[in-house]
Design a protein. Structure first.
Ligand code: SF4
Ligand code: SF4
Length: 269
């Protein structure tokens, strides 16, 4: 199982939900718990979250990561993942929490969109596809449970704008789940971890890696695609995932021009 969002260390009610399960929940500014869920919780950031937030602040990815995140690990894969850096001096508040609530609401991370639903992913080998399951996070601090009208998990995801994030993150999720299926005994070296981190989260560094290293003399990249990748983070991320799948798992999505061992040829910063 790969849990996408398990804020805090509070118990998750062990009720497995699917897309057609109904939940009864409503969040409201008037509740006494307003914004309490934005403190002391571990919020992991997916690649799509980082693209949205770096655009929100008009920051390069490395600067965004430096200012607002700390390193985390995506268990049980051992792969790195950025986690929002909480502000100790503000009672462990999320840095994006303002007096009136979330200051990045339209670009809030997918974990915040799902809450209080937790989403988990696993690879179903029988159907050779990834499946998602859900559970309710029922924390005592949150007073929204039982309020509002019944709604399906499917509708909740739609209302919260989760779907476009899933679409962007899909190839990354494939890579993570594939790593997970290898089991804990297959070691990943530091260079591979760096490659994974840069391609997944630090897209501006990946752009420099592609355009200011021997990369393009080793890999064949369609001219139109390369041109788009210069300015479009989504196109670049799409390519980065193809490159990772090619390099890590030999999926052959990017053609190598020369019979060289690219991992030994290009240095990853
Ligand atoms: S109802 Fe729950 S999600 Fe809404 S503000 Fe309160 S703690 Fe946060
Ligand atoms: S990003 Fe917004 S919704 Fe999410 S924890 Fe921070 S302030 Fe709260």
């Amino acid at each position: 199982m790969l849990e996408q969002n398990t804020p805090g260390h509070q118990p998750i009610v062990p009720v497995k939900l699917d897309l057609d399960s109904t939940i009864c929940f409503a969040c409201d500014k008037e509740l006494v718990c307003f914004t309490k869920c934005c403190r002391s919780n571990e919020i992991i950031l997916t690649p799509a979250d980082i693209i949205r937030l770096k655009h929100h602040f008009n920051l390069p990815s490395d600067e965004f990561l430096r200012r607002y995140t700390i390193p985390g690990t995506l268990q049980p894969t051992e792969l790195p993942i950025p986690v929002i850096k909480l502000e100790e001096e503000r009672d462990n508040a999320c840095p994006f929490l303002g007096d009136d609530g979330c200051t990045v609401y339209e670009d809030r991370p997918v974990a915040c969109r799902y809450y209080p639903v937790a989403a988990g992913l696993f690879h179903n080998q029988d159907i050779e596809d990834n499946e998602t399951f859900f559970a309710m996070i029922n924390e005592p601090i949150c007073h929204g449970h039982g309020l509002g009208t019944d709604i399906t998990v499917r509708q909740w995801r739609k209302d919260q704008g989760v779907e476009p994030y899933d679409e962007i993150n899909a190839p990354w999720v494939d890579i993570v789940l594939k790593r997970k299926s290898m089991g804990p005994f297959v070691n990943i070296d530091d260079k591979t971890l760096k490659m994974f981190f840069m391609s997944s989260y630090d897209l501006d560094a990946f752009r420099r890696f592609v355009f200011f290293s021997p990369f393009l003399s080793i890999y064949e990249v369609d001219e139109d695609r390369a041109e788009k990748m210069k300015t479009d983070d989504y196109a670049l991320f799409d390519f980065a995932m193809d490159w990772l799948k090619t390099t890590l798992y030999g999926e052959g999505l990017i053609t190598i021009r020369e019979q060289v061992a690219p991992a030994d040829t290009i240095e990853v910063d």
